[in-house]
Design a protein around this ligand. Sequence first.
Ligand code: PPS
Length: 568
Amino acid sequence: MQSPNLAPVPELYVSYESAQKLKLEAAELTSWDLTPRQICDLELLMNGGFNPLKGFLSEADYDSVVEKMRLADGTLWPMPITLDVSEKFAEGIEIGQDIALRDQEGVILATMTVTDRWSPDKAREAAKVFGADDVAHPAVNYLHNTAGKVYLGGPVTGIQQPVHYDFKARRDTPNELRALFRKLGWRRVVAFQTRNPLHRAHQELTFRAAREAQANLLIHPVVGMTKPGDVDHFTRVRCYEAVLDKYPAATTTMSLLNLAMRMAGPREAVWHGLIRKNHGCTHFIVGRDHAGPGKNSQGEDFYGPYDAQELFKQYQDEIGLEMVDFKHMVYVQEKAQYYPVSEVPEGATVLDISGTELRRRLAEGLEIPEWFSFPEVVAELRRTRPPRSQQGFTVFFTGFSGSGKSTIANALMVKLMEMGGRPVTLLDGDIVRKNLSSELGFSKEHRDLNIRRIGYVASEITKNGGIAICAPIAPYASTRRAVREDVEQYGAFVEVHVATSIEECERRDRKGLYKLAREGKIKEFTGISDPYDVPENPELRLDTENVDVDNCAHQVILKLEQMGLIAG
Ligand code: PPS
C-alpha cells in the first residue's frame, strides 16, 4: 500500500481579500436562498470534500452521473449534486449569468456562473440513482416533494464557509484533517461513517477495523442531514464525546462531517469513500446495509444487506481507498464479547438489539443492558428521548368538510385536558384560517401552505412536550407526509382519518357549503370539484356514520394509550 497523498485538495474559495471584494459585488446579483440540503452540498463543494467537482453539476455531467455513475469526462462520481430551484426563479435566469448563493440568514456564501438550466426527469433519476421510483425512499420523496422542478448547473466561487455555532472545535475541512494527519504522522487512517449513536458493537467493529487495516481511526459522523427520524446530531455528538475516551487517544480522533446523506445504499457507499479519500483517509469501513433507506412501499428492503460492500469492492481501486468490510456484529453471551455474525462459535447464545427494539425500549423507559451500550450513552439518549408518555405528540385529523373532524377534535381536547399533565392546543381548520392563514384560498398551493404552517406549529408544540390536535381537511397525501416528517423529529404523529363519506357530508351539509359548491358558487370544493387523497395507512380510521362523537373521541384515546402516549 502506498503512503497516502496528504497534499492539500483543491478548494473553491478565493483569497480572503478577493472574498471581501466579491461579497460587495455579489450583493448586486440575483440571489438564490439555499435550502438546508444545498448548504451542506455547497460546503463540501467549496472545501474540497466533493473534489473533483467544481460546482453544481452541468446537465451533461448530471446525465452521465445518473446513467453511469461517472462525470461526462469519465471520472467516477456516483451522486448527482444539483442546485434545484423553483420554475419561477429559473425563468428569470439567463445562461452565463452569475448568481449569489445565500444561506438562510441572507449571508452570501458563494457565487455561481449558471452554465446549464434544465428540467430533470425525476422518475429516471429516482430509478437509476436510488433503485426505484418509490417515495418510501427518503431521497426519492425529497426529489419529488421537496426539490424544485428545475436544476441549475455551473462552477462555484467560494466566498465563505457556512457558519456553524455548534461543536466548532470538532469540525474540520478535508485540508484541516489532512494537515492533522500529517502532523501526527498518521499514514494509514481508517474512517468510520455513522449517523447513529455509538454502542458497544460499533466500538468493537471500529477496534477490529483499525487492527485489521493497521491504521489509525477516524470516527467521522454525519451531522448535516441524515434519515428523517434519526437521533438529532446534538444528542449524537454528546454520545460520541462520551465514548471517545474509551478509545486510546493516540490512535483515534473524531471529526464531524456536514454531509447531507441521501440513503442511497451502494451508490452512497462509493460516494462516502470518495469523500473520505478527500479527507485524507486510506481505508473505509463498510458494514451491513450501509446508508440503507429502510423498507420500500411493499415492505421489502430497497437494497440487499451487502450490496454496498459489493459495489464498493468493484470501484475500490478507482476510489483510491481500501474497504474494510464487516458483517453484522452480534454479542455472544458465553464469550462475553462481540463477533461478526459469520464467526459466531457453534451453539453459542447470540444477543442482539435492533434499532427498532432500542427505540421501543427508550420510548417505554425499559432497561437497556450493559452488554449493548455504555451507561453514558444510554443516559444521553434518555435525556433526549424520555418515555413516550412524557413526550409531546400530534393528533392530525383529516377528512372532508363536515366530516366531523372539528367536533371530535374538540371532544378529544376536553378529554385530554381532563387527564392533565401536558398542555393541549387545538389547531382547527377554521381557527387556523382565521388566525394563521387568513390570506390563503383553496388552490393546491395555498392548501399546502396552510397545512405546512399547521405542521410547523404542531412540530414546535410537540418538540416542547405539548399535545397538538390538528383538524384541517389536508387533502394531499404528500403534504400530510411532509407534516408527519416535521413532527416525527420530535414525537409521535397520529394520523386519524375521519372517514365520513362525501355523500354523508353532503347530506349533513352543516354550513350549507355543499349546496353552494354544487351550484358552482364555491370553486375548488374538496370532494365536489377538488381532489382528496384517502390516507392509505393512518394510525386510526374513524367511521362516524354509525358512531357518536364521544365514542369516536374515545377510540382516539384508546389508540393513544396503545401507542404508549398516555398512561392507561
Ligand atoms: S385545507 O384544504 O386543509 O387547507 O382546508 P381547511 O384549512 O381545513 O379549510 C377547510 C374549511 O374551509 C371551508 N371551505 C372549503 N373547504 C374545502 N374546499 C373549499 N373550496 C372551501 N371553501 C371554504 C370549509 O368550511 C372547511 O371547513 P371544515 O371545518 O373542514 O368543514
